[in-house]
Design a protein. Sequence first.
Length: 302
Amino acid sequence: GKEVIIANAIIAILTIGGQQLFSFFTFSCPCHVGQNLIYGLAFLGVPALILLVVGYALNNQTWRLVTGKRSPLQKETSPNRLLHCKLICFVLCSITGRALVAPITWLAVTLINGSYYVCAMSEYVSVHYYGADPNVTASERRRILAAFPCSQLVPPELTRARDEVILLLRYQSQVAGWLLIAVVVITVFLSYCLASCFSPLSFLHFRYWSSYVHNEQELFDEATDQHSRLYAMQHVRKFFGFVPGSENIKEIRIPSLREWQAISGLAFLKRVDEEHYDYSLLHDWALKESVSGKFLKTDEDS
């Protein structure tokens, strides 16, 4: 839908801005044999990998897919295995598509920029630079080529050769970047076409379904927030003797030291029977303990 397109566009724009800042402040080619390739590929690949992992982690569908899969109840309610596997594959493809937006944008922008590729591949260029001694050894040749990304390290007689090598590498890098963009755009377009062809819904019916799912999720989130607030309020009222935000409170409850200790500490989700859980230590205390203890009258005239 439009929301997905807007979200992907925002992610891409933020990635482009981040890449430019990242390059400006951190990238500095070592211009040394053996180190250029590692340094250049690290700047190309590691941020892309991090962005991919972050993309998976920030997608709610990822956690919906993995949360509770080892629960005994999950095995009891699992549908047909083949259908279940198809659904998992579909959701994984959807999650991966969203997660790939930022890393592919990073790779495309860095390749079009060319600096990382020039640094990584300079020592492997198979061209004869001008003014070079034809009898130079292969290791010396690689050492000279590795210094080309750093103009201050190149002798004046090799300036023309350096410019040619840098232009060649930038050409290769930018072509690779545009090819990556073209492949991604075509793949996304064909994927949407295939998905539409095999959809059991008509165009308008699909738009209605998308709207329904979006509205259902919004309403469910609102109900979840309100329901959990009302449920938690019962337990808080039992502990303190009043409802937060109430006016004309006539008395408050003074919890005992033992009760403070009972609701403090680390809490784990605790199963109390076949159908219910305790969500917190306060929840556990409120269900187990009867209302008693010390109450204090409030001064209504103050």
